[in-house]
Design a protein around this ligand. Structure first.
Ligand SMILES: [Zn+2]
Ligand SMILES: [Zn+2]
Length: 171
């Protein structure tokens, strides 16, 4: 499989780090593409001020080529039905992550670019893990653990645990 990483978040260093981590964990080719205004206003819920992650992945699924996964990266805030927000979402070949809540500044903390990168890598490896058929892992250190908050994200590693890695080889 090939992973097409399409981003409207124009931080090349973060994107390169994501691409490297995906190559390392999944052994796949990653192509990086910039796309201004990837997530249009049509996906915005004006009352919430957030974008509907489900609608976005469903929309981009139409553009999915053969033997490829799509990973969308945005800095817009995302939600999914029943949840106040999501860091990301994955569905049938298409995943999205948002860096909106990965900035330390979002939590009133000073900027920290390496922390931002680390968080973005974890969320990307997690969502692409779903694309490969991995489900949530109850090992809280595993990248496939569900993140309820940024505390969970910071606690986990940027790679799957041994059990999840073994599943990956079977899938
Ligand atoms: Zn998940
Ligand atoms: Zn695991």
């Amino acid at each position: 499989m090939r992973i097409k990483l399409i981003s409207e978040f124009a931080d090349e260093e973060v994107l390169r780090e994501i691409a490297e981590a995906l190559r390392r964990v999944y052994g796949e080719v990653v192509e990086i593409e910039f796309a201004e205004n990837l997530i249009g206003k049509g996906f915005l819920d004006r009352d919430r001020g957030q974008y509907d992650a489900w609608k976005i992945v469903q929309y981009y699924r139409e553009m999915l080529g053969e033997d490829e996964y799509i990973l969308l990266v945005t800095d817009k805030d995302l939600y999914a039905a029943g949840l106040n927000f999501v860091f990301g979402l994955a569905w049938r070949g298409v995943a999205i992550i948002s860096v909106h809540r990965l900035f330390p500044e979002f939590y009133g903390q000073p900027p920290d670019h390496s922390l931002l990168k680390e968080r973005a890598v974890k969320e990307a490896v997690h969502e692409v893990g779903h694309l490969h058929g991995l489900t949530h892992c109850d090992d809280r250190r595993c990248v496939m653990a569900f993140s309820n908050s940024i505390i969970d994200t910071d606690y986990k590693m940027s790679r799957p645990c041994r059990r999840c890695l073994a599943k990956l080889r079977l899938i």
